[in-house]
Design a protein around this ligand. Structure first.
Ligand code: XMP
Length: 329
């Protein structure tokens, strides 16, 4: 029997055996309680939702929290993606003002992560109060999140405090339920496929819990979020159009707190720089730059600087992990 709480990857991976044992473990752990699940629209929390739903049905309470630093039109996309699961009753909570208010003026990456982790838990706790029998908070935490946030003795921060692990507050009213904490993303994708989830959802690139807050370097505000959302949407849209989305493991835009001189209609401009990042990896622990075609990058760069007001220069990040991490913060 798998020990789902151990701090190490699963050995002898067999997707069907994992699903069967995990369903039994969830039923036993949860008993008659309800489970709150932070549904972000990402692969991990979406597959977790499908799996936990299979174990406990409508006692799963999925909550999508709009924290103001999600991808472009993410709430609408999540509605579309789960349109085929009418029985999954998703609660949409608009907490953008709360998160952005707390993030205002904060530039330190670890401070941003902690604010987001703590605020998420607060929102989930307050939603949980609406459900008398809610005793658990389910998260799609993966093994690399665990490995990078804590050392083997379970204590110190090793690389960064992934918001869903090291960024959690010390005192929480809900107990954590993390069925994937011993898995890598490719294994979660296999579970999603095995459960019959749509490829568009299962193959979605990873997206970090702290969202665009760690892709806007320096302080985060509504305007910076809007600029980054638009630039990122163009990049991702073009990856799909050029049939390159699946050629890269993770791709996104980053907004730099830098202005550079440009020219528009023969006039000098002074606007921000956007970096494009695309990497290939199997688990996020090490990563190599995706060698996207130059004509593709030129096209994306032109669209971003023409269509996104506030950006006049686009650069492509050619750093591997290590020494750089995948995210810039
Ligand atoms: P790094 O930047 O550490 O990223 O090389 C490795 C992978 O993890 C994602 N990432 C996170 N995921 N919470 C998450 O759920 C986080 O706080 C977090 N930080 C980074 C990152 O997008 C990449 O896929």
């Amino acid at each position: 029997m798998i020990d789902f709480l151990e701090n190490k990857p699963i050995e002898n991976w067999d997707v069907r055996a994992f699903i069967d044992q995990c369903l039994a473990w969830i039923k036993e752990t949860v008993g008659e309680s309800s489970v709150i699940l932070g549904l972000s629209g990402g692969v991990d929390s979406s597959v977790a939702a499908a799996l936990i739903y299979e174990a406990i049905g409508s006692r799963l309470i999925p909550i999508f929290v709009d924290n103001g630093v999600m991808r472009y039109k993410e709430a609408e996309r999540v509605k579309e993606m789960f349109a085929g699961y009418p029985e999954l009753n998703i609660n949409f909570v608009d907490a953008a003002e709360l998160f952005l208010g707390r993030l205002a003026g904060v530039s330190d990456p670890e401070a941003k992560r902690k604010i987001i982790g703590t605020s998420f838990i607060e929102v989930f706790d307050s939603e949980a109060k609406k459900h008398d029998d809610a005793a658990f908070l389910a998260q799609g935490t993966l093994y690399p999140d665990v490995a990078e946030s804590i050392t083997a003795d379970g204590k110190t921060l090793s690389v960064k405090s992934h918001h869903n692990v090291g960024g959690l507050p010390e005192k929480m009213n809900l107990k954590l339920l993390e069925p994937f904490r011993r898995l890598y993303k490719y294994q979660v994708r296999e579970i999603g496929r095995e459960l019959g989830m749509s490829p568009r959802l299962v193959d979605r690139h990873p997206f970090p819990g702290p969202g665009l807050a760690v892709r806007i370097l320096g302080a985060v505000d509504k305007n910076q979020v809007k600029i980054l959302q638009e630039a990122d949407e163009i990049f991702i849209d073009e990856l799909y159009k050029w049939d390159l989305y699946k050629e890269t493991w993770q791709a996104f835009a980053v907004l730099l707190p830098l202005q550079s001189v440009g020219v528009e209609d023969s006039k000098r401009t002074y606007k921000q720089v956007c970096a494009l990042r695309a990497v290939n990896s199997s688990d996020g622990m090490i990563a190599k730059v995706s060698e996207l075609p130059l004509d593709f990058l030129l096209h994306v760069s032109q669209r971003i600087s023409n269509e996104v007001s506030g950006i006049s220069r686009v650069v492509f990040d050619i750093s591997s992990k290590p020494p750089a991490t995948i995210e810039w913060e």
